[in-house]
Ligand binder design. Structure first.
Ligand SMILES: [Zn+2]
Length: 298
């Protein structure tokens, strides 16, 4: 069930599995912030535009994961409007197989390619070259992806995308996908100091005015994963055995799709630990293993 909620004088969001927003630029024109994933999201967005008598002028995508750009193709074609995102996010979106290949660490199977496939060159533009309307602000929030941004509307409403997990997700699916542990933690620090009247993460409940305590809980969640993986590797372990430990610890489904996400994320934690001097990588009779060592900076 999708519903339209008002977050500020001219800022609206659609409560869905993948939350997306509208900002009313003037009497008739709006822009969207993300476009959801499912066909029902597109239908609902079209209904909102029709009911309100709004014209869609452009879209801002916080990042180009498929659950944020699902409506782009249809909406951009219908309204003849561009979509802006950061340069690196645009590149991922334009090359259908780049994201699945990055996640898998090589070309994955057709099943995995299909799930993570991007739309191709449908008219994305670089937000770096776009003069945002007065009062808009973007904040670089890397870590979950390379070029994710938060978007603040002139009403002081922040769309903070996947920079933060909601409390339900922290309990149920705490081992979230990321591409860089260090920058993910830095982005959480930025969130803790962010001023705004209303914060809207892309999944789960909207947060209202207060986001710092949830950001704190997210930091603790990441620290727990760091310690867990460091603990797994006390005696030296291959990546796949760490992935098995993560599957068990967090009660995750052991499927090829989940493996693609988890193995990619596990490698990022191993990298983080190694770069901080807490992990070494070595060959044990030809099997590459990762082993926690004493010391380090974290
Ligand atoms: Zn995402």
């Amino acid at each position: 069930m999708r519903e339209l909620w008002q977050a500020g004088e001219n800022t609206w969001y659609v409560y869905s599995r993948n939350i997306f927003g509208f900002y009313q630029l003037n009497e008739t024109d709006v822009c969207m912030i993300d476009t959801g994933r499912d066909p029902e999201d597109i239908e609902f967005a079209e209904k909102v535009l029709a009911d309100k008598g709004w014209n869609l002028k452009f879209i801002i995508n916080t990042h180009t994961h498929i659950d944020h750009i699902g409506g782009n193709k249809a909406l951009m074609a219908k309204w003849g409007c561009p979509a802006y995102t950061t340069r690196i996010e645009r590149i991922f979106a334009e090359y259908e197989e780049l994201e699945p290949a990055f996640m898998f660490g090589g070309r994955p199977s057709a099943e995995v390619r299909e799930v993570f496939k991007h739309p191709g060159d449908i008219g994305f533009r670089d937000i770096e070259d776009f003069e945002l309307p007065d009062g808009f602000e973007i904040l670089h929030m890397p870590g979950h992806t390379f070029g994710m941004i938060g978007v603040k509307t002139p009403d002081d409403v922040w769309f903070v995308a996947d920079s933060i997990m909601n409390r339900k997700a922290l309990k149920k699916y705490p081992f979230g996908f990321l591409i860089n542990v260090e920058s993910y933690l830095e982005t959480l620090e930025k969130l803790k100091g962010l001023e705004g009247k209303f914060f809207i993460p892309a999944h789960g409940e909207s947060m209202g005015k207060e986001i710092a305590s949830l950001a704190e809980e997210n930091t603790a969640n990441i620290r727990r994963h760091i310690d867990f993986i460091a603990g797994c590797c006390r005696g030296g372990k291959s990546v796949d055995l760490v992935v098995r430990d993560v599957f068990k610890e967090y009660g995750m489904k052991e499927t090829e799709i989940q493996y693609t996400l988890v193995a990619s994320t596990v490698r990022c934690y191993l990298t983080y630990l190694k770069d901080a001097g807490r992990m070494e990588c070595y060959s044990d009779d030809g099997l590459i293993k990762w082993k926690t060592i004493d010391g380090g900076t974290i």
